[in-house]
Structure formats: structure tokens, C-alpha cells
Design a protein around this ligand. Sequence first.
Ligand code: GDP
Length: 444
Amino acid sequence: MFESLSEKLSGILDSLTRRGALSEDDVNAALREVRRALLEADVALEVVRSFTDRVRSRAVGAEVIRSVTPGQMVVKIVHDELVAMLGAEGETLDLEAVPPVPVLMVGLQGSGKTTTTAKIARRLSERNRRKVLLASLDTRRPAAMEQLAVLGEQVGVATLPIVPGQGAVQIAKRAMEAARLGGYDVVMLDTAGRVTIDEELMEEVAQVKTATNPHEVLLVADALTGQDAVNTARAFDSKVGVTGIVLTRMDGDGRGGAALSMRGVTGKPIKLVGTGEKIDALEEFHPQRVANRILGMGDIVSLVEKAAETIDAEKAQRIADKMRKGKFDLEDMAEQLAQMEKVGGMKGVLGMLPGMGKIRSQIEQANIDDSIFRRQRAVILSMTPHERRNPDVLKASRKKRVAAGAGVKVEDVNRLLKQHRQMADVMKSMGKGGRGGLGAALGN
Ligand code: GDP
């Protein structure tokens, strides 16, 4: 899967990275090719459109980082947006609930639903040591019930005994009861499939859902069917509500459109993928890894990431230099607060500067609380540039206005000004310390 797309994308981007300068026209021309490649891979039009729009606006507004070429920047942006298209964080099954936790499996016939049910059951029992009970609700196809029983035996997971004549809801309730009595952790309910979506099927699934209140409703869809898989997911989601998607046949040579559009169109995460007929051919879906596989440009992506980190460190260093000279105004403080938020607090910023550990305790004595960074920055941004550079000019009436502008109390403004004074004093005293002060701490 993704082979043809991968080949095209890496061709387009490769030629960008080999150029020194890029004009907006160059980026637009490349994006037109990217757009065509995605459409040929059967990615939904709306997803392609929002993808190229986002890449374009980010590429045009991108901060130019020294030591990487514009083309490399574009690769990184395309990579990030691909990851976002695939579902960013990546999600897995959520079974955190009071046992027995019901999991409802839904999907069209032939999508691989029963096989996937057994694959998940095996994974839960072998890897996660959960006690799983399987139940087939396919009352119209006795063969499907048999198939689940055989698969259950194969993976060493119990199946609910078949009682002829019961309806789907009845079986589901019986499964939950049996699981409660038997001390099971998870109950997997394999609903009936149909060749196409019909009202009767949806109604039955909805009734089972109401009766069992499942923690996960997993839609199984065949990746080889491309946009049909996406449409099926959308239909099931609007009729019964699904919590996640399992895409099967990712081992086939499909174009990848289903995987790439699923999140964008349905808003639901792909939680697992089927990668073969064997019972252990089930994998978690990692957007990062998939994007890397599609682009095949992992080196460039990590190069740009490293360069961006260096920029942050350089900014912090500039502030440190100003501090050392005893010049530390509210603009510097705002910039520093923004940096701190980005890297996770005071300790994160200090951690980026070589040798800063030595003055950590002095800064800590200035009593700075990480949780108020954002509010403090809002206060500073409500001031005029002149006030930021010369905080002493702030009189009571202006403080009131600034507080209102930032949505805080006047006391908060005063506290910020006091903190700034304390910090500036600490900086100044360290600056005066010559080689024993901040200069030495920074290794200068
Ligand atoms: P159901 O009708 O949706 O329950 O479909 P089944 O579970 O019976 O699967 C139909 C066929 O698809 C079986 O031959 C499975 O072995 C096969 N299958 C299921 N998942 C995968 C997969 O991820 N990759 C491949 N190659 N085959 C699969």
C-alpha cells in the first residue's frame, strides 16, 4: 500500500530540496503535483483540498530557519500535515471501564470483521492478559457463528455457546450476563454483516448498542475498497456512532486513499490495521510511522526538527546575553514567558542553556510559578511598547486599563511588575558578579 503515492511524492519533494531558493510559484507548482498524486491515490477531494491549503499557508508564512533549505522546510511541513491527516497522535483501543467491557464490532460482510474480532481477542488475551468472551450476533448466518467459534478455539478465547432461535439483542444480553458471572474483562460482540448497508442492519446494530452500551464501537472496513470504505464508515457513524476504525487488507496493493481520508472525512481515528490473513496480522496505527513510510524522507524531517530546536536555544541565549548586561525589559520577559510555555516551564528553558543549572536556585527564589505564564504574557501584551520597555511609567489608571485588557485584576499587574523587578535585580547582580556570576555559569 502507498507505494505509487510514495514514489510520486518523494519525486516531487526531492526536486524541491535540491534547489537553493524557492519562490511562491515554485511551491504552488509542487503543490499542484502533490494534489494530483493524492487524488490519484484515491484520497477524498475535501481532504486533499484542506491538506494543500494548509501546506500552502504554512509554507508561505514559514519562519526561515538557518541551516536548512526552503525545500527541506516544505518537506517538513508536508510531513507534519500528512501526520495530521492521518490522525496526529494515533489512538488505540480504550478498554478502561468497569468489566466486563463490551466492544461492538460492526461492518459490511466480507470486510474482515469476524477475523478481526478474533485477532483483537487474541491480542487482548495474550498481550494484555484480559479474559475475553466472544459472541456472534449473526443470527441469519449460522456459518458465521460457527466461524467465530472455530476462530475462538484457534486463539484460545472462549465463545458464547450458540442457542438457536435467539435474536441479536437477546444474544448480546446473554453474553453480558455470562461475562459478569464468569468474571470476564472484555466481551466482543460480532454483529451481522450485510453486503450493503440497509435499514434493517442499522436498526439491529442500534438496538444492540442500546442494550449493551458498548465502550468501543469498532467499524471494520476494507482498505482495498478505497472511498467506499470511507463512505461505509460515514454511514455507520451517522446511524449508530462509532468510536474507531479498523482498516483491513493494508497488506494489499491498494492506493491508500481509505487510510488517508478516513480521519478527515469521518473525524474518527483508525485504531488498528489488519495486515494479512494470519491471526496475528494486526497492528496499531501510527500516523508518524505511516507518514514516514509514505514520504521516505525521515532524515530531512529530523534535520529540520533539530534546526528548529536550535533556533529556540538561540533565542534563549540572546535573552541571557541581555540579562547579563543588566538590560531586561518586559518585552524580554514576554519573549521568555512564551519560550517557557513552549518548552514546559522554567526548568525546560534553563535546561536548554549550558551551565544554567547553577543559577536555577536563584531564579527559583524569585518565586516564579509556571502555571501563570500565559496570563502574565497577556498582561505584558496589553501594554504599549513604550510601557514594556519602561515599566516605571505605568501609573494607576494605566494599570487598570492593562488589567482590563488582559482580563486580570490590578493586583496581578502589580505582581507581574514586582516579579519583573525581582528578576531584573537578580540578573543585574549576577551580571555584576563578573566571572563568578551568570557569565561563568554560561561558560563564557
Ligand atoms: P466478515 O464477513 O467481515 O466477517 O469477513 P471475514 O472475517 O470472514 O474475512 C473475509 C476474508 O478476508 C477472510 O478470508 C480473511 O482471512 C480475509 N482477511 C481479513 N482481514 C484481512 C487482512 O487484513 N488482510 C488480508 N489479506 N486478508 C484479510
